[in-house]
Design a protein around this ligand. Structure first.
Ligand code: SF4
Length: 262
């Protein structure tokens, strides 16, 4: 399945209930997904080949070119009076894999300061590259960090997200703690089967462990959502709305803001 692969480095603005009007910046290669995860539900489809860091160190440095495209697009939007609420790094894979990720985030915030002061810059990340030099710094420069953790359990993350070798939930939790709660935890809840295995990150045991991690990390916000588009794995089902609301209520009782996507 090819999935929903973007063909532009700047796209939108698109309007969503969780983010409002968002201008997207896709710093990953156009027409191909590059990710250190291969989630069962990925909107971009399956990885064409397993992610091998050594094969991606030689990416052509295209940061200046991309920032130029972003600047021109923002100038057009300002001239048309269409002001996005947020500029969001999200696209054909994991943005922090880009060798010039820090430069791109710095450049984007500088363009924002000049042309769209007051508009936020947000980054969607799978939290799997937090030990790479410059990644934590880049994420800190953004106004919003949406950090993925779909389960507190190693075996469930392995089934759902299929991360590259070396990833562990335990290490990721330790690295997320460095944000001091200043981030949005994003968790996609669903059920299904894949290759004969039952997958459900909404069972009482799963949720108990997940809430323990939430209590440890104390994120300012949590994005609670479920499947929305076609998934590469066929037998997946949305999490029922009632369960999403129960999770949201339990978070709100803890004083955490919830971004709910049903
Ligand atoms: S982390 Fe995001 S881009 Fe990567 S496989 Fe998962 S859903 Fe797709």
């Amino acid at each position: 399945m090819e999935g929903n692969i973007l063909r532009n480095s700047v796209y939108g603005p698109v309007t969503s209930r969780r983010l409002g009007c968002s201008l997207g910046i896709n710093i990953l290669p156009l027409r191909a997904k590059v990710c250190n995860f291969d989630c069962l539900y990925c909107e971009c489809g399956w990885n064409a080949a397993p992610y091998v860091p050594e094969q991606h160190t030689g990416w052509k440095s295209n940061a200046n070119e991309m920032l130029h495209v972003l600047e021109k697009r923002i100038e057009e939007l300002v001239a048309a009076g269409t002001i996005p609420q947020i500029i969001t790094f999200s696209g054909n894979g994991e943005p922090s894999l880009h060798p010039d990720f820090l430069q791109l985030v710095k450049g984007t915030t500088a363009i924002r300061d000049r042309l769209l002061p007051g508009v936020k810059v947000g980054i969607f990340s799978n939290s799997g590259m937090l030990d790479k030099p410059g990644v934590f710094e880049a994420l800190q420069l953004a106004d919003e960090r949406f950090m993925k953790l779909d389960s507190a359990r190693e075996e469930t993350v392995r089934l759902i997200n299929r991360p590259q070798a070396g990833y562990t939930v335990a290490k990721t939790i330790e690295r997320l703690k460095k944000f001091g709660g200043d981030f949005t935890l994003q968790t996609l809840f669903f059920r299904g089967t894949f290759e004969g295995q039952l997958i459900d990150n909404t069972t009482p045991d799963e949720l108990e462990d997940w809430f323990n991690v939430v209590d440890e990390l104390k994120p300012q916000k949590v994005m609670v959502y479920t499947l929305d588009r076609k998934t590469p794995a066929k037998d997946l089902q949305k999490c029922p709305s009632e369960t999403l609301h129960q999770i949201a209520e339990a978070l709100e009782k803890r004083g955490i803001q919830v971004l709910l996507g049903e």
